[in-house]
Design a protein around this ligand. Sequence first.
Ligand code: AMP
Length: 200
Amino acid sequence: MIEREYRIPQISTGDILREEVAVDTLLGRAAKSFMGQGSLVPDEVMIEIVKERLSGPEYASGYILDGFPRTVAQAEALDRSLALEGSGIDLVLSLELDEEELVQRMAERRVCERCGEVFHLRFHPPRIPGQCDSCGGPLVQRDDDREETIRRRLSVYRAETAPLISYYRRGGRLQEVSGSGAIPTVKRRIDQALKERFGT
Ligand code: AMP
């Protein structure tokens, strides 16, 4: 929604990896086992992927990073690399949600196998069950959205990703946004955070 409305292109590292897995590239093969277990793909791999993407001309006037950085080492590498070009990350949004609600959001998430559009069985159901509203493709559950893998991802989050909150807070770039409630409610909170930072 933010990408479409504000016309800022998004780079989602999870989407990039899922595409690589789907077309069975070397990177996809290497990433698959980490992803299936709910573990993180090694930092060096992720940092190279993002640096490579960011060098594309479509990102010259800004971008949204989704799912990256996931570790302090990734955040430091990103800052170092952007500083070399005199740029940097303007704002970091941390979407906060109770863990049990998070598990439900993920366990009932469905994604289109063809175009990647995301649905939720209760909060954002497709018009026709099992079928994507945008392209008619089949809706499937992500392998890592099974409950035991979700729990593992949350423990990886606590150990590896949560330290980013103080990293970005120290730099004055963090804005915490409550992720509870319906999609339009959360969207309005994000709009407000963007307005406070960018005045748009
Ligand atoms: P996501 O779609 O963001 O939930 O990512 C799905 C999976 O891809 C994660 O559980 C990781 O295995 C892997 N992944 C995505 N982004 C990163 C990242 N920045 N660093 C390491 N692994 C990642």
